[in-house]
Design a protein around this ligand. Structure first.
Ligand SMILES: [Ca+2]
Ligand SMILES: [Ca+2]
Length: 450
């Protein structure tokens, strides 16, 4: 819908160009898709290999710079093959205007930008962007925005952040969101409220999102609607893209360097570890009395376990996270070295007013005392841990805090340099959240030894 709207807007009267363009456009989408699925499928954690999906990135590498101007010049001269992103101004032809356009992007003076989003849609929008509506199930996008100092740009957001009983409402963690315009539920937002806000751009973090893009294309066709998530694997690409969209490039690069520096520190010891040096890890969640355990893995969790030097025994079992369950018998048979349970924020306290771990400790004791698991290595060796999501995420930069804890538990001998609490404290500082972790918040159990 969005695509055809944009084509109509810009491509009237150039049918021949249009047709050949569409053909090559499909090739590009296939390429972008294959890069990202290749990374996920191969378990490859090398984030260097991506193509920044902004028109103007003519040579299709990770950034936009003078080399892209040179590249377009060579396309015009016929010495380099045309790429779709070489059409910087997205007018269906590659010519000298695109070189001028790229120069403007490099200077940060562009008045309009065209990107390819996570759903594979081409989206053109005017700049600068000052008013954003966000519908986010998860919070990796917002935490990135907040770190790039752009929380004031968020004008409306879905109710889970604004309504006092919303699952992500927190006066302590998201105080600035409690006063934003509530645009309704994640599943069925109020399109009239969104229209009244008159945002410059609209974001969702998950491409199906209850048909949101299709609904908006129908009722608010002028509104650019972007799908973007910030995951473990696309962190650098999408954080950089965010910098371009919102004119926060320097902040984005600083944030990327901070997160990737930590990732390198954690993974320099674990990268390339052979399978027999990787403890087997069972990742799940726990409630007293359950016999079927959710199998956690897939692209959200596997890279964290892998990066921390472990081997997820649920790898390959997963469709969507939490969709599949495994039995107690299966776990016994697998005999994992390490068990990590994710716990809800009910154990953290929504406002982090306490550092009392008794609720989480009770849950831990309940599992450790189950006689049917007493012979599992993880239980015998007391390598069972709880971690409170969702304040620590699996994507975004906060996913690195989770990975740091995983490394401590999975590879204690290789993670001496890593201090998850210090990383977490710095992360909160970058978020502008005033919370002393020595005093507040229960995020893991048992607590790390000091
Ligand atoms: Ca480039
Ligand atoms: Ca052009």
């Amino acid at each position: 819908m969005i695509k055809s709207y944009l084509y109509c807007k810009k491509r009237n009267g150039c049918d021949i160009v249009n047709r050949s363009w569409k053909k090559s456009f499909c090739v590009l989408i296939a390429l972008v898709a294959s890069i990202s699925t290749w990374g996920a499928a191969s378990g490859d954690t090398d984030e260097e290999n991506f193509s920044l999906g902004i028109f103007g990135n003519a040579n299709m590498d990770e950034t936009i710079d003078e080399q892209d101007m040179v590249y377009v010049q060579e396309v015009i001269l016929g010495t380099k093959p045309a790429t779709n992103l070489a059409d910087a101004n997205y007018d269906g032809k590659i010519d000298a205007d695109d070189i001028t356009w790229i120069e403007q992007i490099i200077r940060g003076e562009e008045k309009e930008l065209t990107i390819i989003d996570d759903a594979g849609d081409v989206i053109t929008f005017q700049k600068p962007i000052n008013r954003v509506v966000l519908i986010e199930g998860y919070a990796a996008l917002y935490e990135t925005w907040r770190a790039l100092n752009m929380k004031d740009k968020v004008t409306g957001i879905n109710d889970r952040y604004v309504r006092p009983d919303g699952i992500r409402y927190s006066e302590r963690y998201y105080p600035e969101l409690t006063t934003k315009k509530n645009v309704g539920s994640t599943e069925e937002p109020d399109l009239e409220v969104i229209a009244n806000i008159a945002p410059d751009i609209f974001f969702i973090d998950w491409s199906p999102m209850y048909g949101m893009k299709e609904k908006l294309a129908k009722s608010l066709p002028q509104l650019p609607a972007v799908c973007m998530d910030i995951t473990y694997e696309n962190f650098t690409r999408n954080t950089r893209m965010t910098g371009y969209i919102f004119d926060k490039r320097e902040e984005a690069e600083e944030y990327i360097n901070w997160r990737n520096g930590l990732k390198d520190t954690i993974e320099k010891q674990t990268k390339g570890l052979p399978d027999d040096k990787r403890p087997s890890v069972f990742l799940s969640s726990y409630e007293p009395g359950i016999n079927d355990f959710p199998a956690r893995g897939g692209s959200r969790y596997d890279p964290l376990v892998d990066g921390a030097g472990g081997k997820n025994i649920c790898e390959g079992l997963i469709g969507l996270p939490t969709a599949n369950k495994v039995s107690a018998e299966w776990i016994l048979k697998q005999n994992p070295d390490v068990i990590i349970f994710t716990a809800s924020n009910a154990y953290t306290g929504f406002e982090f007013n306490s550092n009392d771990p008794s609720k989480l400790a009770a849950l831990y004791e309940d599992f450790m005392n189950r006689s049917e698991f007493s012979e599992i290595d993880a239980v015998k060796n007391k390598r069972v841990y709880f971690i409170c999501l969702p304040w620590l995420l699996y994507g975004g930069a906060s996913g690195i805090i989770t990975e740091a804890y995983f490394a401590k538990w999975i590879q204690p001998d290789l993670s001496n340099d890593i201090d998850p609490l210090a990383i977490h404290q710095k992360f909160l500082e970058l978020q502008g959240v005033d919370l002393d972790l020595e005093k507040y918040g229960v995020f893991v159990y048992p607590p790390l030894e000091k």
